[in-house]
Ligand binder design. Structure first.
Ligand SMILES: Cc1cc2nc3c(=O)[nH]c(=O)nc-3n(C[C@H](O)[C@H](O)[C@H](O)COP(=O)(O)O)c2cc1C
Length: 226
């Protein structure tokens, strides 16, 4: 990390625009991966952005397992195929057909896969701030993943999150210790295009919800501020 960064109170308009642009143009990417390898310094920058996420009690519970081996990827793809077949069964009729046509991972096509884990024991049994909500260690790991996703986007690198896996089997496959939680399996690589909208929105799976419907005032259910 560049530790010589100045600490401005506010960002310039151009800087603000760049941040919002990264947020709005971030996409979950499962296809259009190029074979171009991700140079080590670029991958390092992206991981360092993840590593600077907020975390409960500053515990920084994450570990990034970088996977390039085609053999391991093939085994993970096997786990996906199995889980995806089972997942498809919960949908019926047209919904099932649409689900079956969706591309929901890019494990083999992307040059780098990353398994992001969370170690609930990191820095001892008592974590400042985790007392009442033990899951805050996993939440912290998700904050790191979002940083990674955004940093990758500004580098032109697509990231796809694959949750359709038996994570217990994944843990075994990657020799992750019993007490460590695999939180995410990410497929990463340069892409030739980023879709302007989520793929699931494009194919009519779900629309983007209205922001107003996601806001209440003072109490659950109160839809206006006055
Ligand atoms: C926790 C989490 C798990 C996800 N798992 C999958 C997955 O298994 N397969 C997939 O294709 N997309 C997965 N996604 C991506 C979502 O489908 C995607 O974020 C959503 O449709 C919105 O699209 P966008 O990320 O391009 O804005 C996951 C996203 C999150 C945050």
């Amino acid at each position: 990390m560049n530790t010589n960064l100045a600490v401005p109170r506010e960002f310039t308009d151009e800087e603000k625009e760049a941040l919002y642009k990264a947020i709005y143009l971030r996409r979950d990417v499962r296809e259009h991966f190029l074979h171009t390898p991700i140079p080590e310094p670029v991958l390092r920058r992206v991981l360092d952005a993840a590593h600077h996420a907020g975390s409960v009690g500053f515990m920084q519970p994450w570990t990034f397992i970088i996977i390039r081996s085609s053999e391991i990827k093939a085994q993970v793809k096997g786990l996906f195929d199995q889980a995806n077949q089972e997942a498809a069964q919960v949908f019926e009729g047209e919904r099932h057909d649409l689900y079956s046509r969706l591309k929901l991972e890019g494990i083999l096509e992307s040059p780098v896969n990353i398994c992001v884990t969370c170690d609930p024991t990191r820095n001892g049994p008592h974590v400042l701030g985790r007392h009442t909500v033990p899951q805050t260690d996993v939440y912290s790991t998700c904050c790191a993943i979002q940083n990674l996703w955004l940093a990758a986007r500004v580098e032109g690198i697509g990231v796809g999150w694959v949750s359709i896996l038996d994570y217990t089997a994944l843990r075994r496959l990657l020799d992750v210790p019993e007490h460590v939680i695999p939180v995410a399996y990410l497929c990463m690589g340069y892409v030739d295009e980023f879709l302007p909208q989520p793929q699931l929105e494009k194919v009519g799976w779900l629309p983007r919800a209205s922001l107003d419907d996601a806001i209440f005032y003072e109490r659950w259910g109160k839809e206006n501020a006055d």
